[in-house]
Design a protein around this ligand. Structure first.
Ligand SMILES: [Zn+2]
Length: 442
């Protein structure tokens, strides 16, 4: 069995029930998992084990991106300073009608290269032509939950095609790929369509990844049209009979919180997208109080501009303190709990990822701590949350395999990706009147 040892790192540990940074640690990896962690020099291992020197580096669990549309990096910076309805109807959905399978593949390659550079090892992705994204996950070495986004107007036949995708890719790429169903949202489907998806998800023993309650207008529209909130609508359609990832859920009503607390669900929170669209942050203090898991997400780069999950962590913290007017809110221990263990719960992978301890999968990000912006080295948690940047990520492992070392990507070809994506920009950015993949009603 392939063994590696990460030598003499600092390490973010949750083993005492609370986050702390231990210094001078070694991490022994066997195959895809962490075999042992101990004070540097204390672990026993064979002499031929691959050595990864990590003096001064901080080891954290691989960052988790709980909701993305990875190939939307193709549309980065193309829909700025607009309302959500203009964003969808006049920019993103017209431009997405230009996409080919090959475009999606190269968009996925770019998004994954960017995520690995940012220390992300696991992503929940929701997009189209998902075979291309699965292929890219296989090549990049990352871990993913993949859901093929379907609109109501595409009908049951399209859902059945995505069930075939689920079967083709479930547990593939050495177990790194999980496949779910991905009906787009309550505002782009019907209650009957969602009920049909819930049934098929249950039949195939998979979960559902879906957008819900992103804006006040969406909640209002649902109340006018159906007399219930979007979350209640999902419940009545049977969606919560299976595990779910809810993208955003920024505006749950009081009764919705009871539904969420009782469901096997997690909420993906993308602070930068909300701040940019002027919609505000989900009531994460209430999610926390009711033990409703929530995690960090970038959403797509057409709204977020980057795939930088560390920035989402920082914005979530700062926005919470600002919103409550209480700087004692959102403590550092809480922030890292959300970024790692709670994000793993949103992925329905707690006990497998989100923590560095023996028996868990070896998804590990090593960060430099010697930048001037992190000097002096006084408080490692504060440094991780408020000082370190995505460019401080030095080395990334997923499933025990090294994906980046010394900032050199080992699985993806950065120069080729840059060329392929740039050459597609002109064609993909065309907006042909009337050509649009769906209509945003809210
Ligand atoms: Zn989304």
């Amino acid at each position: 069995m392939n063994k590696k040892i990460i030598k003499n790192c600092d390490l973010l540990s949750f083993t005492k029930g609370k986050a702390e940074v231990l210094t001078g640690q070694d991490i022994l990896i066997e195959g895809d998992h962490i075999q042992a962690i101990g004070t540097s020099g204390s672990l026993e291992f064979e002499p031929d084990v691959e050595n990864i020197p990590a003096d001064g580096l901080l080891a954290v669990p691989g960052f988790i991106n709980t909701h993305a549309h990875v190939p939307m990096v193709l549309f980065r910076n193309l829909a700025e300073d607009v309302t959500p309805s203009v964003w969808f109807n006049d920019y993103v959905w017209p431009m997405e009608s230009n996409l080919t399978e090959e475009d999606v593949y190269w968009g996925a390659q770019l998004g994954m290269a960017e995520m690995i550079e940012n220390g992300v090892t696991c992503v929940a992705d929701h997009y189209f032509y998902m075979d291309e994204i699965a292929r890219s996950i296989e090549e990049s070495g990352m871990r993913a939950n993949l859901a093929w986004a379907v609109f109501g107007h595409e009908g049951e036949e399209k859902v059945d095609q995505t069930v075939e995708f689920i079967k083709r890719w479930q547990s593939k790429a050495d177990g790194r790929i999980t496949t779910w169903l991905g009906p787009h949202a309550p505002y782009t489907t019907s209650p009957e369509f969602l009920a049909m998806c819930a049934e098929k998800a249950a039949e195939n023993k998979v979960g559902i990844h879906i957008h819900v309650s992103e804006t006040v207008a969406q909640v209002k529209l649902s109340l006018e049209e159906f007399g219930i909130t979007p979350v209640k609508l999902l419940q009545e359609a049977g969606v919560f009979e299976v595990p779910t990832i809810l993208a955003h859920c920024v505006f749950p009503q009081e009764d919705d919180l009871d539904i969420l607390a009782a469901a096997e669900t997690g909420v993906a929170v993308a602070p930068r997208t909300y701040m940019k669209h002027g919609t505000g942050l989900a009531p994460i203090d209430q999610y926390w109080e009711r033990s409703i898991p929530f995690g960090l997400a970038t959403d797509g780069a057409a709204s977020n501009n980057t795939m930088d999950i560390m920035e989402q962590m920082r914005l979530m913290t700062l926005y919470s303190k600002y919103k409550t007017g209480d700087p004692t809110q959102m403590t550092m221990e809480q922030v890292v709990e959300i970024a790692f263990r709670s994000s793993a719960k949103v992925m329905h992978m707690d006990g497998k990822i989100g923590e560095l301890k023996p028996g868990l999968l070896a998804d590990i990000t090593l960060l430099r701590q010697d930048g001037l912006h992190a000097t002096p080295k006084a408080n490692a948690l504060a440094s991780l949350i408020y000082c370190l940047r995505a460019t401080d990520v030095d080395t990334v492992l997923c499933n025990g395999k090294v994906l980046m070392q010394g900032r050199q990507l080992l699985t993806l070809d950065k120069e080729r990706i840059r060329k392929e994506v740039q050459s597609r920009l002109h064609r993909l950015s065309q907006r042909v009147p009337g050509a649009r993949i769906a209509y945003y009603p809210a």
